[in-house]
Ligand binder design. Structure first.
Ligand SMILES: [Zn+2]
Length: 190
């Protein structure tokens, strides 16, 4: 899975990605299983699909990109508790290369949205490579919550055009912003 672009449009984040085959979770049954084990709340997601299946059943046979969508939704929802977040996954392989997908998701806090996309693709990769233990989900969620406490404009809603380059500096950028905001909190609290 290769993220080609992340952009913000209105109050949504738009992710463009390219997948290599297989595209469907049917051919990688350990993916959905591993995800539900790591984040059990995902099973309860509502999903409007053709068969009107629960997401738990839908996840056994759907596009891996659709799984990523629900994962980004879930990571934002647990971080920004109480907010209803919606998303949609679509593709048009008549006009775009086969394997290219688009995911549009509500993004009330751009920094949290970016953090959720970054974490979601790492989770999918770790489970796909059968190393889910390399993700310490509690620590990762704590970081997302720390981002949520930053001002909404602390991490600007700028498009990410070069994902590998952006990814190389993201964790460092977040660590510095969170450390700085903690220092300020110490200075201003009496
Ligand atoms: Zn869905």
């Amino acid at each position: 899975m290769e993220i080609l672009r992340i952009a913000f449009e209105g109050d949504k984040v738009q992710i463009t990605l390219r997948m290599s085959e297989p595209f469907n979770t049917r051919d990688k049954p350990h993916l959905a299983r591993g995800l539900f084990r790591m984040l059990p709340r995902l099973k309860k997601h509502r999903c409007y699909n053709e068969g009107n299946l629960s997401f738990q059943r839908e996840a056994a046979s759907t596009e891996i990109a659709h799984l990523l969508e629900h994962l980004v939704l879930e990571l934002q929802a647990v971080t920004l508790c109480g907010r209803g977040i919606r998303g949609v996954t679509y593709w048009n392989w008549r006009e775009e290369p086969t394997g290219q997908f688009h995911i549009d998701i509500d993004a009330p806090h751009p920094g949290v949205a970016l953090g959720a996309v970054w974490l979601a693709q790492r989770i999918i990769r770790a489970i796909d490579e059968r190393h889910p233990e390399t993700i310490d989900i509690e620590t990762e969620l704590r970081t997302l919550r720390a981002i949520a406490k930053l001002p909404v404009d602390a991490i600007p809603a700028l498009p990410v055009e070069d994902f590998p380059r952006w990814e190389a500096t993201w964790a460092q950028q977040v660590a510095e912003l969170v450390a700085r905001s903690k220092e300020q909190a110490l200075v201003t609290s009496h």
